[in-house]
Design a protein around this ligand. Structure first.
Ligand SMILES: [Zn+2]
Length: 281
């Protein structure tokens, strides 16, 4: 099975088909956040698989999922197979490797260079998964690697406190803090292209010139989004959260747009813009 990149929503839909006794949480220790460049999700996962198979001699990558610093999940060992995760506890477990070294500097059994923080989108995705797991199977099944029988490691890192993480997971509100829904500056993906196309259709294209719908949420998109929020009585934070996205959908519906004819609407909007440019020049 080829590794797949998933957002949390997509992952949770897939997980509905499976049942687990425990949720195992690890950090990779290596690779760290520094090794992630925003595009090498699959390469990092493949590197871990090579290590697990060729060096450790396992039949496949040990974990079911790697959680990247951008909050995206990468699939590994098939979901219905026992992981190589926490010795003695593997049967019926779902194993997660969070990419990063979450040991605090100067701590950790075999490492003194820890510095990564579980924060932002990576933390949100982890909280969402823990909450999903806890609601279905009970929070008592959530296990840090270091809790395992006879484990001397600090995994998933000395900076992580399990009680605090579980408390945050229980209180986590998907769709509010869930950045898999909220789009913000620095984001790059298809969701951003759609957002930009929507803003162009709603008349904010000129603010985004000369970049247009380039799939990258930069300062121009942020300015356009803030203008949209201001004009529509929304909180002007430059983040396309649920309220902003709902308003965009509502206005597009009124305008007769639908998600299925993005291309045509975009082409129309672009033709209008091009016409305006000709006049200006
Ligand atoms: Zn571990």
């Amino acid at each position: 099975m080829a590794d797949k990149i998933l957002n949390t929503e997509e992952l949770l839909i897939i997980l509905k088909k499976y049942r687990y006794k425990q949720l195992h949480i690890h950090h990779t220790w290596k690779p760290t956040h520094k090794d992630f460049n925003g595009r090498n999700h699959l390469r990092l996962q493949q590197g871990m698989r090579n290590y697990h198979v060729n060096t450790r001699g396992w039949k496949d990558i040990g974990h079911h999922l790697a959680l990247m610093p951008d909050g995206k999940w990468v699939t590994g060992r098939p979901f219905n197979q026992t992981p190589a995760s926490i010795k003695g506890w593997n049967t019926g477990a779902l194993a997660i490797e969070m990419v990063g070294n979450f040991d605090t500097p100067g701590t950790g059994a075999y490492n003194s260079s820890g510095h990564d923080k579980l924060e932002g989108k990576q933390e949100e995705s982890m909280l969402a998964l823990i909450q999903y797991y806890g609601k279905r199977f009970g929070y008592s099944g959530v296990k840090f690697h270091r809790e395992g029988p006879g484990v001397a490691k600090t995994c998933p890192g000395t900076s992580l406190n399990k009680i605090k993480l579980l408390t945050e997971a229980k209180a986590f509100k998907p769709g509010k803090g869930d950045s898999n829904m909220a789009l913000r500056r620095g984001d790059k993906d298809l969701g951003i292209t759609n957002l930009q196309l929507n803003l162009i259709m709603l008349g904010y294209g000129s603010i985004m010139e000369p970049y247009g719908a380039d799939g990258s949420f930069g300062p121009a998109t942020e300015t356009a989004l803030k203008a949209f929020q201001k004009n529509n009585g929304l909180a002007v934070d430059g983040v396309a959260g649920p309220a902003t996205q709902a308003k965009i959908s509502e206005l597009l519906k009124k305008a007769g747009g639908s998600s299925t004819d993005y291309k045509k609407l975009y082409d129309d909007a672009k033709a209008k813009l091009d016409a305006i440019k000709k006049i200006v020049v």
